[in-house]
Ligand binder design. Structure first.
Ligand code: HPA
Ligand code: ZN
Length: 339
């Protein structure tokens, strides 16, 4: 585990609200005098037994309800950065869900300013670079997404890309074509969760209709060989989250996770944590988990290389991080391939 942490890596799929650890939820709830429907940290953790994405989302939205002021978002984000850096994360592209806060009466600026204060501090004191990606909640309306995009445009320089998350089934990418057209016209990059619970067709829609630069999850592409060929040919990055897929029962077990098959098929797969406070591990635990799927030490380093290749980093910095990987002594990673 310590060895896998020595590998410099980028994390490209992490929801900041999904890094909210139970201890911090209780601390902030007490500070904000918010009553929680759980007696203590253990009782809250006991609720983390999910049957699918929807059953997780209920607990996820309940947890973030205690976030009220800028300092809360700062505390949340700096805690994530400290853990990520300890596991070798050198660059993080972080999702946030403004609609989940706006609907509770929390202003966009409160959310973004709190997060960004931590990101600046991370860059200065922890040597981790970062970008912010605004996610639209796909189970809300196109109109609500468009209003949220208006707010994003007033914060144009703070946000690198827009994405799509929350309940996938029944909310295909096609629902947000106009929102994404406008976002791209304004210079945002685009990504979308697709092919997590939704079918391979949603992955194709994300590419064709939303012109995404990356697909988040995308694991269900494996049901469509022609789609896999296309993703390989076009070098479309997939931000895979193995422990999330196990916890939300997208796959039956880690042993059955398709990541190694995806890698061997030539897909540009990356390893990420999604909602680490809820799914049993940060990015390091995800790398350690998939190491047991038969990745060699060199292949684990390739996964880390993929993470920088798939990132939205500027070229000189991307190259510098890739050179850092080249500088890691292979023997430091030997034990990483052990289960
Ligand atoms: N899938 C979709 N939406 C989400 C997730 C996820 O895993 N985590 C937070 N929002
Ligand atoms: Zn996600």
């Amino acid at each position: 585990m310590t060895e896998i942490h020595a590998l410099p890596k980028a994390e490209l799929h992490v929801h900041i609200e999904g890094t909210f650890e139970p201890e911090l939820i209780f601390e902030i709830a007490a500070r904000n005098r918010v009553a929680l429907p759980y007696a203590n940290v253990e009782a809250l953790r006991a609720a983390y037994d999910f049957s699918d994405l929807q059953s997780f989302l209920g607990v996820y939205y309940a947890g973030m309800d205690v976030l009220r002021v800028e300092r809360d978002f700062y505390d949340l984000t700096i805690a994530y950065l400290r853990r990520a850096v300890a596991q070798g994360v050198r660059h993080a592209e972080i999702f946030f869900d403004p609609q989940a806060h706006l609907s509770r009466g929390i202003a966009f600026d409160v959310v973004v300013n709190g997060i960004r204060q931590a990101l600046r501090e991370g860059e200065r004191d922890l040597r981790v670079t970062s970008h912010l990606i605004l996610c639209f909640l796909r189970d809300l309306s196109e109109e609500s997404a468009m209003e949220t995009l208006d707010l994003a445009l007033r914060n144009r320089e703070k946000i690198v890309a827009v994405g799509l998350d929350s309940a996938e089934l029944g909310n295909p990418p096609s629902k947000f074509v106009r929102v994404f057209d406008r976002a791209r016209a304004e210079g945002f990059l685009t990504v979308a969760h697709a092919g997590e619970e939704g079918p391979p067709e949603y992955v194709a829609e994300a590419l064709d209709l939303l012109k995404v630069a990356r697909v988040d999850h995308g694991v269900r592409c494996m049901e469509d060989p022609a789609l896999v060929q296309r993703l390989v040919r076009e070098r479309v990055p997939l931000t895979v989250c193995p422990l999330s897929n196990v916890r939300l029962r997208v796959v039956r077990s880690l042993e059955e996770h398709p990541l190694k098959r995806m890698f061997d098929a030539g897909l540009l797969v990356t390893v990420n944590s999604d909602d680490p406070a809820y799914f049993g591990g940060y990015v390091g635990e995800n790398y350690a988990g998939v190491a047991a799927l038969g990745f060699t030490t060199e292949e684990l380093a390739t996964l880390a290389r993929h993470s920088f290749e798939a990132s939205f980093l500027e070229e000189p910095l991307r190259r510098r991080y890739l050179e850092e990987i080249a500088g890691v002594d292979g023997s430091e990673l030997q034990d990483a391939a052990l289960p």
